[in-house]
Design a protein. Structure first.
Length: 687
């Protein structure tokens, strides 16, 4: 859906709930803020709606004096910092438009998208800004007072916001950052007010107020409601926090998450937050520096000592948490997702990941309950961990054993270049580097090698260069994927079997974990070499925890996550690359030959997704269907349902975030048998 379409829908909803008999007496003029299908700058549109909502609510509350002063206060609020207005990216004047280079296009876009009356108001706003680009300046405290006035809580809300937004802030907080932060808070306050007015009109309770009344929500209630409204529960996933930047996760969201994370980690550690040490890192995404600052600010607001590693790969943050024995870590990343996404991966002491079942939903509940005033008192330090991390990773192999292999590497413009690049360049390799420079625009392809279209280039490059293998990483570089010397993609099941063999040579008799979706190639390889193979639930939180419980040396997932006991049981995209290079150098055989022996015996379907209305009911029906067969299969419920007939087996499990069932199936008979069995199970899933 286009931005204009989305904006149109928001305008229509706002018009129905607020503008009727509020903004415009003339029915024709009420449609002035309805965007048509034309190019509308989303910043312009969002700020236009915010200003309109403010005016609507103030009039709804019968506050005529406040209505008259709204535009002036908006201008003072945005202009009120030590940085002149014309040096900032946007300003609220009149109906609010972008300034600088964007002013002209914004004026044109609003004129085209809105009715003449709205267009005139927008143009008047731009002209007013142009005429007074350097308006009166004020300090942060005054701006908070203005923000409190706009919310209608001149005293108690101002005090709360002072404690929430300004007290105990780092001394080096730039005024421009504070300006952006208060601007975000203003928009949230306006949204809360707008929703309150709409509920009142519809006859909902909320204090029993009537239309036009002057009664106002208590400041504490409003602040709690802001926390609940600002964050969608949908961003709290099974293994991380993830959403669209701006609309789902912004600076305010990051700060709230940071504060709530500190409290959850404190409970897990059994200590007050002012005794905690937490690592923070960020990837190369364009919004990551600003968001990481806000995560850090949220942690410090709760009294935490933050160890800031800067721009790093995710596994580097895990290493930092483990090596310094920190209480937790927060990595600002959206991993392999497209450019528009952001998020956070979270770990507690020992680099053990939080999950939806343990920690992530606690963060959501903490925010929804209202965070209240922040105690403050946190501190921070900045560290450079590249050298020490790379030295630790190098310790997994014997560098002198590496032969002069030709290797094509694709960093996907993610963090692999600076993280793994120096290690590879120090070995006796002939490297062909593709997209090894971090770039959050992802100009070449999305950083997700699991998608076939994103690995086509490296597959061709391996063949064209006559390389021994290719290695590709995802965006935050905690996963790596391999291309053999024929240009064929190596499935994660088979790579797990090879890595298990390599590590069992170094530590005979060790325990290896594999996920329930994996090929029988994994447990049979482990057992043949004298190891102990244990199936496990999918997900890094489950792997890291059980590896400790079972003292497992290694764990591998079909999705390309590989975990190492001597790396704090964390997943790494660096160590597998080094181990495969060492393995190929030692055995003196091409990767295609090693993998070929597995491909000829184990016929796997890969993971297949199907949309379903009721995943639990569908899985129960599938289980009942196969349980009735003679001979009966072995059935397991470790993760979803796994059904084993001896010469073929499959696992069906629900997605944690979508209405999907995921099928992985394998046959020991033939490729044709696998395809027939696969189609049979898919028919039951999709019927």
């Amino acid at each position: 859906m286009s931005v204009a379409s989305q904006l149109s829908g928001v305008c229509e909803l706002l018009e129905r709930t607020l503008f009727e008999d509020v903004i415009a007496a003339d029915p024709g003029e009420r449609g002035g803020l309805k965007a048509e299908e034309s190019a509308v700058d989303p910043v312009v549109g969002a700020r236009l709606l915010a200003e309109a909502a403010d005016a609507a609510v103030l009039r709804e509350l019968g506050d005529a004096e406040a209505l008259l002063g709204t535009h002036e206060r908006h201008r003072r609020l945005q202009a009120g910092c030590d940085v002149p207005v014309d040096e900032r990216s946007q300003v609220d004047v009149g109906d609010t438009v972008a300034i600088g280079d964007a002013a002209g296009p914004a004026r044109q876009a609003l004129g085209d998208a809105c009715d003449p009356a709205a267009g005139r108001r927008a143009r008047a706003g731009v002209d007013a800004r142009d005429a007074d680009a350097r308006g009166p300046l004020c300090r942060g405290g005054e701006r908070v007072d203005l923000l409190a006035e706009m919310a209608g809580e001149e005293e108690d809300l101002a005090e709360s916001l002072h404690g929430e937004e300004l007290n105990d802030m780092p001394d080096d907080r730039p005024t421009a950052d504070l300006d952006e932060r208060l601007g975000d808070a203003a928009r949230v306050l306006l949204q809360a007010r707008a929703a309150t007015a709409a509920e009142n009109r519809d006859g909902n309770v909320l204090g029993g107020r009537h239309r036009g009344a002057h009664a106002r929500m208590p400041a504490t209630t409003l602040l709690a409601r802001i926390g609940a409204m600002a964050l969608s529960p949908e961003i709290f996933k099974a293994y991380d926090i993830r959403g669209l930047y701006g609309s789902e996760i912004d600076g305010d969201a990051a700060e709230q998450i940071g504060r709530a994370f500190a409290r959850v980690i404190g409970r897990l550690a059994g200590r007050p937050t002012n005794e905690l040490g937490v690592g923070v890192g960020r990837d190369m995404r364009l919004q990551a520096p600003g968001l990481a600052d806000r995560y850090r600010a949220g942690l410090m607001a709760e009294g935490v000592h933050v160890v800031d590693a800067g721009e790093v790969g995710t596994e580097m943050l895990y290493w930092l948490v483990g090596s310094r024995e920190l209480d937790g870590g927060l990595m600002c990343t959206a991993s392999h997702n497209p450019k528009a996404y952001t998020g956070a991966k979270l770990v507690r002491r020992g680099a053990i990941a939080l999950s939806g079942d343990a920690g992530i939903q606690d963060i959501r509940r903490e925010i929804e309950a209202g965070l209240g005033p922040a105690p403050g008192g946190g501190t921070s330090e900045t560290v450079d961990i590249y050298g020490r991390f790379q030295e630790a990773a190098r310790g997994f192999i014997d560098p002198s054993a590496i032969k002069p292999l030709k290797v094509v590497v694709d960093g996907g413009n993610g963090m692999a270049g600076p993280m793994v690049g120096p290690l590879l360049r120090a070995l006796d390799l002939d490297l062909v580097e593709l997209y090894f420079t971090p770039d959050g625009n992802f100009p070449d392809h999305e950083p997700n090698p699991l998608l076939p279209e994103n690995r086509e280039l490296i597959m061709r490059a391996v063949v064209e260069h006559g390389a021994d293998l290719g290695i590709a990483w995802d965006g935050d570089a905690d996963r790596c994927f391999f291309i053999d010397d024929t240009g064929a993609f190596v499935d994660g099941d088979f790579l797990t079997a090879l890595l298990a063999a390599s590590l069992l040579e170094k530590a005979p008799g060790s325990t290896i974990l594999y996920d329930v979706r994996a090929s029988w190639a994994v447990p049979r390889t482990v057992e043949r070499l004298g190891g102990r193979a244990l199936p496990n639930r999918v997900g890094h939180a489950f792997f890291k925890t059980r590896m400790r419980d079972e003292s497992a040396i290694f764990g591998g997932e079909v999705s390309g996550h590989y975990y190492f006991r001597d790396f704090y049981c964390a997943d790494s995209g660096t160590i597998p690359a080094l181990l495969v290079l060492e393995l190929l150098s030692k055995v003196g055989r091409p990767l295609s030959e090693l993998i070929g022996a597995l491909r000829e015996q184990y016929f796997i379907s890969g993971e297949l997704n199907s949309k379903v209305d009721d995943a639990a009911a569908r899985m129960a029906a599938i289980e009942a269907h196969y349980a009735a067969q003679d001979p009966a299969p072995r059935i397991d419920h470790l993760d979803g349902v796994s059904i084993d007939f001896g010469d073929w087996h499959f696992n069906v499990r629900p997605s944690n975030t979508e209405p999907l069932l995921r099928l992985c199936l394998e046959s020991l008979v033939s490729e044709a048998d696998m395809e027939a069995r696969r189609d049979e199970v898919l028919a039951l899933i999709r019927d």
